[in-house]
Each structure stands twice: as C-alpha cells, then as structure tokens.
Write a protein that binds this ligand. Sequence first.
Ligand SMILES: *[C@@H]1O[C@H](CO)[C@@H](O)[C@H](O)[C@H]1NC(C)=O
Ligand SMILES: *[C@@H]1O[C@H](CO)[C@@H](O)[C@H](O)[C@H]1NC(C)=O
Ligand SMILES: *[C@@H]1O[C@H](CO)[C@@H](O)[C@H](O)[C@H]1NC(C)=O
Ligand SMILES: *[C@@H]1O[C@H](CO)[C@@H](O)[C@H](O)[C@H]1NC(C)=O
Ligand SMILES: *[C@@H]1O[C@H](CO)[C@@H](O)[C@H](O)[C@H]1NC(C)=O
Length: 417
Amino acid sequence: MVRNEVTRNSNSETAKIRNALLFIGVLTILSLNINLSCPSQESTQWIIEAVQDVSDPSSSETNVSRMDASKKVEERLLRRYNVKRLACSYRERLYAMSRNSSISFEDLLEFHRRIENMSIQPGDELKDPYSWKRFDSITGIKWNNNVFALRHEDSPKVQKNFLMCLPPKSGTSNWQIALAKLFITKEEMAAKGIVVDESEKNNYFPAALYATVPRFHTVDHAALLEAKYNKYVNTRDPFTRARSGWRDKMQIYPEDPARNTSYKIYDSYAKKAEKEKGPAAPSKFKVSLEKFLRLVVSQLDDAKMNAHWRSQDGNCHFCAIDFAYIIQGYRSEEEWPWVLEKQNLTGILELSPRYGGPDPDGSEWFDHEAKGFVEIPLDLLKKVYRRFFFDFVAGGYTPEFVKTFLEAVQNAQNSLR
Ligand SMILES: *[C@@H]1O[C@H](CO)[C@@H](O)[C@H](O)[C@H]1NC(C)=O
Ligand SMILES: *[C@@H]1O[C@H](CO)[C@@H](O)[C@H](O)[C@H]1NC(C)=O
Ligand SMILES: *[C@@H]1O[C@H](CO)[C@@H](O)[C@H](O)[C@H]1NC(C)=O
Ligand SMILES: *[C@@H]1O[C@H](CO)[C@@H](O)[C@H](O)[C@H]1NC(C)=O
Ligand SMILES: *[C@@H]1O[C@H](CO)[C@@H](O)[C@H](O)[C@H]1NC(C)=O
C-alpha cells in the first residue's frame, strides 16, 4: 500500500519532469521552425520563461491544478504567438488574397490552414514598430490608438509594466473599467460620471472612462515597446464582434436618453446600410443585421472605418507591435484571469469574463452564438470571413473555428425550417 503510494508519487514526479522536457522539446522545435525575422535572442528568452513556469515547484493539490491550467494557457498562447508571427510575415499577401475575387472561400481556408499548422515557410514581410509614431502627436483621447500603457511609475498598483491593445467591441469596456481602477478610485470615477453597474452586460460609459488609462506613446513608452513578454492584444472572433457592433451601435435606446443622443453619430451609417440588400430593421434597431453586415464587408479601407467595426488589426496593428500574447474573447474565462495572474494583479483587479462560456471547445458556445445569425445567409458570413481574413488568421481563429461556426449557423437555420 505504502509502496504503491510512493511509486505513484514518484511516477507522477517522473511524468512531471517528462512533461517539462517534452515541453522544452516542443518549444525548441517551434523556435527552430519559426525562424522569422525577429532576433533569435527573443525566442531563447521565450523558452527560458516558459520553462521556468513549468518547473515552478508547488506541492498543494489546488496549486498544482492551477499551475497546470496556467501552463496549458501559456502553451496555447505561445503557439498562437508563433502563428501570428508567421501570419505577419505574409500580412500584405493575406490582405491581397482576401480582396482577390478569383480566390475562393475554400482557397482562403486552405492558405489559412497552412499558416495555422505552420507548414508554410515564413514570408519576408517586415514590421515597423515605429510606424506607431504617427499617433504620438494626437492630443486628447487618441481614439485611433487602442494600445494602453500600464506602468508602475504611473500607478503604484501596477506590479509589472505592460502594454495592452483593446480593440473596441471585444470586451474593451470591461478591461477599461478594470484597468482604470489602477489609476483612480471608484469615487473619483463617479465624480466623472463613470458609474459602473457590473450586472449590466452592455454598459454605456462617458468618454472620461476612455481617457483614464494612459495610451501608448512611442517615445514616452519606448521601454515598454522594447521589452519582452508584456505585450497583450485582446481579441474577439470577427463574427460575433461584427454582430456586437451592430447590436450596440445600431440600436435605439428610448429608455437611455444620454446614450441615444450620443449614438446619433451612427445614424448616417445606418442610413447608408439601409440601401443594402436585406430585411427591414427589427423594432428598436436603426437597420437590420444583414444590411449592416453587407455594408461592413463592402468597406475595405480600415483607416476610414469606424473603430467599432474596423478590423482588429486596423485597431491594434498586430504586426507593428510584437504582441506576445493574443487573448481570445471566447476563452475569456481562462485567459482573462491568466493575464491578471501573469501581471501579478490577481486580487488587485476585478474583471469578470463576459464573452466565453464554460467550455469554449464544446458546441455550446457555438450553438449559442449561432442563434444571433439565424437570419444571415451563409454566403454573407463567408464574406465576413473574407473581410476580416487577417484578423482570423493572425488572431488564431482557426479554419476549424470558422467551419464549426458556419455549421452551427447552418444547424440553427435548418432547425427553423
Ligand atoms: C498556493 O499558492 C499561493 C501563491 O500563489 C500561496 O499563497 C498559497 O499558500 C498556496 N497554497 C498552498 C496550500 O500551498
Ligand atoms: C488574383 O488571384 C489569381 C489567382 O491566384 C492571380 O492569378 C491574380 O494575379 C490575382 N490578382 C491580383 C490582382 O492579385
Ligand atoms: C497543413 O495544411 C496543409 C493544407 O491543408 C496540408 O497540405 C499539410 O499536410 C498540413 N501539414 C501538417 C503538418 O499538418
Ligand atoms: C506581486 O504582488 C504582491 C502583492 O499583491 C507583492 O507582494 C509582490 O511583490 C508582487 N510581485 C511582483 C514580482 O511584482
Ligand atoms: C433615439 O435616437 C433615434 C435615432 O437616432 C431617434 O430617431 C429617436 O427619436 C431617439 N429617441 C429618443 C427617445 O430620444
């Protein structure tokens, strides 16, 4: 009995070491295969950091399982990062493909697959981190710069400095509220009219909220730009993000006059979308989702688009800044707390995940989200994929994700017939 215990324990020790070694092996293979334009020193540091996490000794049961979960997220994010770097080495080509009408939906999926499974050689496109400089001279709230700089010297509550890009309609306000609390108190927020009702999903906040957390400045925050590890981009799958842009901004809010008035700026967009093919607007909406999506997919110039339906690459410039961690909304239950833990902010910040579900890999999340598209022709959804092709590829929303989503929509539509 006792011996069995010992054997089992030492077996699990061996397994742990074996897993750690396996992990190092995988990382080494990855870093050898993905020899992109970035200096190799960076890959080395990646390995060291990831391995340190693996070998962190802990005896308690719960701590071990928490560590395992966190290690799993770390591994997944490392793979996502390598896929993004590969996608970045093909950025212009991916955009050109998505705009080329002789390239079919299946062709796009096929190329996507080759990047996602990392079977393609890296391309030769270069990044320019200082392309960001053009945002430096914008005063006030830089609505065009969605990258936030969190530094200990600006707020002692920040434990480790980091950068984070928050493209609108990806859980941005949840993050903004959470991060703002590092810089001002709840009372100071209230004095600026920022009242947080955590129970409400689709909050509306005055502009003051978005001016609280410092926005990234190439010169002032150069150290953060150069630093390793601490650059995050928060993303959401382009399907539900596009719908969310419609649901929030194309709605009429008779019971919320302040919001209704400030959203008048979207009336002209609704009017333009009205000319597209599709059903009439449902009650309380300015235009139908189908018409809205048709207008969005027809507009290819990110720079001229409203940030809420501009691509996430257009908002965050996935390749100009070497974001190490690409966070996915539908995995927010796991990945948002992971970020807080990584930044040593657990217990300092409250951030409730909003966009995922208990099992993002199961069908539940897909079936639930598909209901929102039950009236949308599949062909139009394929155009959404095409329009936001680079977001899908570089954001790590895999060909399986796309297929599963379309199938879920198809199923939802079939069950209506
Ligand atoms: C688990 O880890 C935390 C730190 O992450 C520590 O404070 C706590 O004491 C640990 N619990 C046990 C039972 O070891
Ligand atoms: C579009 O794709 C076709 C097929 O790959 C290719 O021959 C053509 O040159 C492309 N057109 C443009 C404008 O890139
Ligand atoms: C990756 O995907 C491509 C395109 O579907 C396929 O031809 C190739 O066999 C795959 N490679 C690996 C290693 O899975
Ligand atoms: C993490 O945070 C705790 C307090 O929450 C602090 O005592 C500790 O020094 C921090 N560690 C790092 C590396 O910042
Ligand atoms: C709300 O906004 C819509 C469109 O901008 C407008 O037509 C409507 O009159 C407004 N309703 C109220 C109660 O302000």
